[in-house]
Design a protein around this ligand. Structure first.
Ligand code: NAD
Ligand code: ZN
Ligand code: ZN
Length: 352
């Protein structure tokens, strides 16, 4: 039962903005009274981790920093105040490492908006290490019959797109365009959307991503690099030509954010999720007003979204492709991600 916790462990550390990350041994930390120590087995690689390496956002981060916020593993130690999770339980460390649990937002289930929220792999060390810490109240509870490698991408990508789809208010039978459908969030979004009864138009580029997105259940795929008019093509892909009821923007470039406001259906909702550096959302006022269009952002999910998103996986509704490599290979994953070459998600195995 008792797990021997070593004093040192392997980690990937960001020493300076722009990288590369440094694979080295660092000390294992001890959890505080309301925290748990998780022996991370697998961690998904989110584009947010690359934004953190590059310092893309107007939000201060820790340096040196251990990135990563899709970490799945086993609880090996806990603080004296922790009562509702046990050593040996499977748990996930997600983007929201902790929040105050007392402010207006925390009280109403909007804890990602908490002013005192701590962010894994950004403001505090994350999951690209073998032992990571999080507030017990915030770790994802992972059922033991769920594989830890496959559940890792659900801990950010899954929660985020599931929440975004709920925020869109799209109803079963309606159409959602997923912009960036071939990436980590996008591929998983195709499956949540399908499971929620929505029709999917996938937008991304390349034959590999096209084939994957169709396999994941999208009705149609538009290659933004080959299309001469993305706006027209997206509208034409809907039955009545009026455009999708919802757009989930998970792309990492600014341009599709502008395009989406044009092809969104009247009364439709645009959900911005991707966070390209320095980007702006721009929409024509006339068409937005006269079309009664909604444009909004969606930011990860709360604890209930987390358990629901995991339950979709447990029930067999989600099986988007992922590839496992050793954590020592993280720089290579970032290179492929920077070039837009990853179809689906990469997951690192912290033991290699
Ligand atoms: P990813 O690199 O796996 O996927 C991005 C995809 O966007 C790629 O497949 C790429 O080809 C595609 N793309 C690029 N330009 C496009 C265009 N013009 N049209 C359509 N597709 C285009 O990245 P990811 O891990 O899925 O993350 C996506 C974004 O979401 C990142 O900016 C990340 O920081 C952000 N994110 C936000 C939240 C949130 O809570 N809002 C949570 C997680 C990630
Ligand atoms: Zn993420
Ligand atoms: Zn709070």
């Amino acid at each position: 039962m008792s797990h021997q916790i070593p004093e040192k462990q392997w980690a990937q550390v960001i020493e300076k903005t722009g990288g590369p990350v440094d694979y080295k041994q660092i000390p294992v930390q001890k959890p505080g009274p309301d925290e748990v120590l998780v022996n991370i087995k697998y961690s998904g690689v989110c584009h947010t981790d690359l934004h953190a390496v590059n310092g893309d956002w107007p939000l201060e981060r820790k340096l040196p920093l251990v990135g990563g916020h899709e970490g799945a593993g086993v609880i090996v130690a806990k603080g004296e105040l922790v009562q509702d999770v046990e050593i040996g339980d499977h748990a996930g460390i997600k983007w929201l490492n902790g929040s105050c649990l007392a402010c207006d937002f925390c009280q109403t289930g909007d804890e990602p908006l908490c002013g005192k929220a701590t962010l894994s792999g950004y403001a505090v060390d994350g999951t690209f290490q073998q032992y990571a810490i999080a507030k017990a109240a915030h770790v994802a509870r992972i059922p033991k019959d769920v594989p830890l490698d496959a559940i890792a991408p659900i801990l950010c990508a899954g929660i985020t797109v599931y929440k975004g789809l709920k925020e869109s208010n799209a109803r079963p039978g309606q159409t959602v365009a997923i912009v960036g459908a071939g990436g980590g969030l996008g591929s998983i979004a195709c499956q949540y959307a399908k499971a929620m009864g929505l029709q999917v138009i996938g937008i991304d580029t390349g034959d590999e991503k096209a084939a994957m997105v169709k396999k994941l259940g999208a009705e149609s795929f538009i290659d933004f690099a080959k299309s001469s008019n993305v706006v027209k093509d997206v509208q034409a892909a809907t039955e009545d030509g009026l455009g999708p009821h919802a757009v989930l923007l998970v792309a990492v470039n600014e341009k599709p954010f502008q395009q989406a406001t044009e092809y969104l259906r009247p009364r439709g909702t645009l959900i911005a999720i991707g966070l390209p550096a320095g980007a702006y959302l721009r929409a024509p006022v006339f068409e937005t007003v006269a079309g009664m269009k909604t444009i909004k952002g969606s930011y990860v999910g709360n604890r209930k979204d987390t358990s629901e998103a995991i339950d979709f996986y447990r029930r067999g509704l989600i099986n988007a492709p992922f590839k496992v490599v050793g954590m020592s290979e993280l720089n290579k994953v970032y290179e492929m991600m920077h070039e837009g070459k990853i179809a689906g998600r990469y997951v690192v195995d912290t033991s290699k």
